[in-house]
Design a protein around this ligand. Sequence first.
Ligand code: ADP
Length: 330
Amino acid sequence: MAKYNPENIKTIGVYASGGDAPGMNAAIRAVVRTAILRKLRVVGITQGYTGMLEKQFADMDLRSVANIIQRGGSILKAGRCPEFIKTENRKIAVDNLRSEGIDALVCIGGDGSFTAANLLWQEHKIPVVGVPGTIDNDIFGTDHTIGFDTAVNTALDAIDRIRDTAASHDRLFIIEVMGRDSGFIAVASGLAGGAEDIFIPEHPFQIDKTVDLIKRGMARGKNSSILVAAEGVKPGRAYDLAESIRKNSGHLATVCILGHIQRGGRPSAFDRLIASRMGSNAVDQLLSGNCDIMVGTKGDNLVHVELSECLKQKKHVNKDLIQLAQILSN
Ligand code: ADP
């Protein structure tokens, strides 16, 4: 873990970056309130790395984070900043941070945001601690990311509703959930929603097996089925799946793409809890002289993992859960 001398830290900056996730506000609140309690000045940076380039800085006080713990999205906005890929732009951002008096940063975001945070430390020795905020849960080194639990519950609510229609109309539904190129939301919401099968990018389509599952289900008197598919790199993948099923079995599947309803909304209790713990701990890590790390969870505990380690390794979906969903849907 990288170390630096925390004695000169007077001001920390906090920002959210990448896609928004429910619970980011709880993390911002925890950072601001912990830092103020520890006698630091806190600057909110709006719009992540874009805000650093455009000097979107504003002092935050205890009241500026009042009444936000229950709100989805991010009061500091989030978003992407393709210009940050260029070394010279990162230098401009660092000059802006320094002229604002910002000595250290807390970055709330996913692996793209952590890549940039890691570069700020490696290239310019700006101490940064990362807090994992993404609905995708695809960050190595942490069991949970902020927003994942809420997104799974949102998807699950939709799956339960669609199941009512599937059962009333004897239909086969394919529900596509978010997750970019990872299948964590699909596996968790599919298993919890009693899906007959789950399709994730990490696992090739086994269409014959799925058709067989549907046929065997029908032979046992089942007249409706729900399949859950992760979007993969290209949203709309569920339509390809529906077409394969039609070609292989003659069954028509209705596709429902949940899309962005999964990104927003009131954060669950679980997401508020981990966000509060991680955000507060991130400030304490900075004050202890630790940086270039992510605060993550392992079981009930907080853990600290080097950002380079989080970025180097891939977190894998537990594929046994797909098999379990197939067994339990019998
Ligand atoms: P997430 O943090 O959710 O994974 P992105 O992958 O979109 O979201 O990354 C968020 C932002 O982080 C990008 O818009 C960019 O500003 C910065 N970033 C991502 N990758 C890099 C990189 N390789 N070099 C510098 N900055 C990067």
